[in-house]
Design a binder for this molecule. Structure first.
Ligand code: NAD
Ligand code: WQD
Length: 340
């Protein structure tokens, strides 16, 4: 019997790619998603890639009765917890929604997991927990802080997981701190599908390249970086997905553990470098204007990847050319994808 993994938020951007990687690594996947930022058609497209349809339960991680039913109906060996809200700007306008979904939702999920004696838990954290970097690259022991409700919700859940690990024997917990996930599955069948105006750089760049939006706004060119624009550690979502498989395998080998680990490439690229890479991959121009800095942005951040290599035996393998080529294939193909 293959191990069965519950993937919350498995219809979303990172969860769907991780579902593909998990299935290809031999796991059986059960997806729980309330579809507040995704569509059930993603599951059919995952099936087209892997040949196996993940079991799908439409529902909310805050629904305790639903979770009890789910855990009673089948044996779940581990939980990968992606479900949550992720827009930084929106979180400052709707803090209660963010704490309810991200913090209360996670606590509810952990309580149900405990009732069902499932103690292997992989959490989607974020490099945002490092706040404004005091030194680069960012290592896992860098002090943590938050400047917005979204980031704070990740900090709080990280702390809850640590408290739980210290209070009760047997938990195997990985807190994965993602840097900037971009790209798409190379098939072009799944990718990032932001609703409305994209908040993040690469989905915006894709939409400018394909003509959906006229111009990119580059938020500041007066940072202390080589070309003055912000520098980030962009990581291909397929590498990120493999990082989850590695983290799960690592947890499975432990009696109990609490691991906090960066998932990044260890290299930073500026906004303008990403724009040029996208122009090359797509063969389309990406016109832009330099505008004021975006409030709350930091100048630069990239990961120290040593711990991930040491503990998980995992490192990112795909570069910005693959990130842009795969994001572009997804962007131009997705309108023609048949909704099944
Ligand atoms: P996403 O919005 O594409 O996926 C999240 C999924 O969770 C969606 O399918 C949504 O419908 C679902 N969901 C939300 N609230 C739910 C709830 N209460 N119950 C059930 N399902 C719910 O986002 P993503 O980019 O795939 O991010 C996944 C996780 O990774 C999130 O926790 C996010 O905070 C974290 N993360 C994302 C990034 C990033 O830049 N994309 C970076 C760091 C961390
Ligand atoms: C990248 C760079 C912008 C848009 C965010 C969250 C973080 C994490 C990942 C979840 C910056 C610049 C952007 C645009 C621009 N998410 N930019 N024009 O801010 O590094 O991280 O997503 O955990 O918590 O804060 O990513 O893609 O928004 O920005 O010039 O239209 O692109 O200023 O330098 P960010 P991003």
């Amino acid at each position: 019997m293959p191990a069965t993994v519950l993937v919350t938020g498995g219809a979303g951007f990172i969860g769907s790619h991780t579902t593909v990687a998990l299935q290809q690594a031999g796991y059986r996947v059960v997806v729980l998603d309330n579809l507040c930022n995704s569509s059930a058609s993603v599951l059919s497209r995952v099936e087209r890639i892997t040949g196996a349809r993940p079991e799908f339960i439409e529902g909310d991680i805050r629904n305790a009765a639903l979770l009890d039913e789910l855990f009673a109906a089948q044996r779940i060996d581990a939980i990968l917890h992606f479900a949550g809200l992720k827009a930084v700007g929106e979180s400052t306008r709707k803090p209660l929604e963010y704490y309810d979904n991200n913090v209360h939702g996670s606590v509810n999920l952990l309580q149900a997991a405990r009732r069902a004696a499932v103690q292997t838990f992989v959490f989607s954290s974020s490099a945002t927990v490092y706040g404004d970097p005091q030194r680069l690259p960012l290592a896992e022991d860098h002090p943590r802080s938050a400047t917005n409700p979204y980031g704070h919700s990740k900090l709080v859940v990280e702390d809850i997981l640590e408290n739980l690990y210290r209070a009760e024997a047997g938990w195997r917990i990985a807190r994965l701190r993602y840097f900037n996930p971009v790209g798409a599955h190379p098939s072009g069948l799944i990718g990032e599908a932001p609703q409305g105006v994209p908040n993040n750089l690469m989905p915006y760049v894709s939409q400018v390249a394909c003509g959906t939006r006229p111009r990119l706004q580059v938020f500041g060119n007066d940072y202390d970086t080589p070309d003055g624009t912000g520098v980030r550690d962009y990581i291909h979502v397929m590498d990120l997905a493999q990082g989850h498989v590695a983290a799960l395998r690592h947890c499975e080998k432990q009696q109990q553990n609490l691991l906090s680990v960066n998932l990044g490439t260890g290299r930073g690229y500026s906004v303008l470098e990403m724009v040029r890479a996208f122009e090359k991959a797509s063969g389309r121009p990406v016109p832009y204007d330099i505008v004021a800095r975006r409030p709350g942005d930091i100048a630069a951040c990239w990961a120290d990847t040593a711990l991930a290599e040491q503990e998980l035996g995992w490192r990112a393998t795909l570069g910005i050319d693959e990130m842009c080529a795969d994001a572009w294939r997804w962007e131009i193909g997705r309108e023609n994808l048949q909704e099944e």
